[in-house]
Each structure stands twice: as C-alpha cells, then as structure tokens.
Design a protein around this ligand. Sequence first.
Ligand code: E4P
Length: 217
Amino acid sequence: MKFFVDTADINDIKDLESTGLLDGVTTNPSLIAKSGQNFLELIPEICKVVKGPVSAEVAATDYDTMQKEADKLAKIADNIAVKVPLTEAGLKVCKNLSDNGTMVNVTLCFSAGQALLAAKAGAAFISPFVGRLDDICLDGLDLIADICTIYNNYDFKTEVLVASVRNPVHIIESAKMGADVATCPPNVIRQLYKHPLTDKGLAAFVEDWKNTGQSIL
Ligand code: E4P
C-alpha cells in the first residue's frame, strides 16, 4: 500500500518525506486555506520535495473554467495529479486530461457507482471519503470493499486512494482489502509507528543494556 500525506503543511511534508516512506501528497482547498499559503506558489514547492504524485485541486465547478484551471495546474510539474470533483463536469475534465496523459484524482466519491464512472473516465485515482461516511453513521470501509471488488472484476487501472482517513484502523482494513493508496493526515501516519508494547519492550532493553556497562561504538 502506498502512503500519501493529506496536508498542505510543507514542514510536515518535508518531515515525512525524510522517512523515505512517503509516496505522494494530496491537498484540497480547505487544507490550502488552513495553511495560509499561496496555492500557486506552494504546489510547485511540494512537487520539488516529493517525487510521487501531488494532487492539486481545481476550484471552479463549471466545465469551461474547470478545464482551464486543470490545464494550468497540469503544467506545474510532471508529478501533478489534477484533482477534480466527482460531478459531470469533473468527469468530463478527467476524461480530457487522462486522454492526454495527465494523472487525475477524482475526489468527493461517496458511492460505488460514482467510482465506476471515474474509472471509465480514465482517472488515475479515485478518492472515496471513508471518514465522512462514518460521520453520517454509514460504514466508509464498506465502500472501499465495493470499489476494490468492482475494479478487480473489470481490471480497471484506476487506483483506489482511501481518503478522509481518521485512524490507523481505516488504513489496515483498507490494506486488507487491497486498496492501492491511503492518504492520511500527518498524525495518523505517525500513529502507525506506535504500540505500547514496543515502548515497554524498548524501555526494558535500554535499561538492561545500561546494566551491562557495554557500548557498541
Ligand atoms: C482527500 O483527498 C481529502 O483531501 C481528504 O482526505 C478529506 O479528508 P477530511 O474528510 O478529513 O476533510
């Protein structure tokens, strides 16, 4: 499973990139607003830090303006994935860009039918929002299972990018289903390192080693 970080915070992106475990970045207009940064300056900077796909989202909702924005974003760097909403206009833009070899991430997916349309439009990534479905008392992971099954049935190349991830369980359960990517807030990626028995075991090893009086270096 690939790990993308879902943030527009360049410091978090640099920190996670330094682990060697980061495969890409996703941003959205809300994350850009939260960062307080200039979108058209920030995205090229992120694309230099991370070699994998960097999702940059259009702001327009009508087809003509969305296509112009998408064309502009696509030119920023080779690793840009233009992010479009799962609407009729968004999927038309997706088809145009995909036909020309640009990666497209179709976002705001909440149903298997929507995911099927995005795959047919040639999306490189489909982003089903697990956490936001959980928030309204539906099981977001059921949607991941359905999309993985459907994409496998037809051998679609579109990658399942699990989005709106809120905790490590979302990641592990999606990985068991064979989802291709999880895009996670920085704190959720960092939670994956953690286990109380690791902390406890390490503390005992450190203490016992100290008692030997030895040094490796
Ligand atoms: C995905 O690309 C979105 O940016 C993101 O995962 C949305 O997550 P949220 O529901 O926590 O805002």
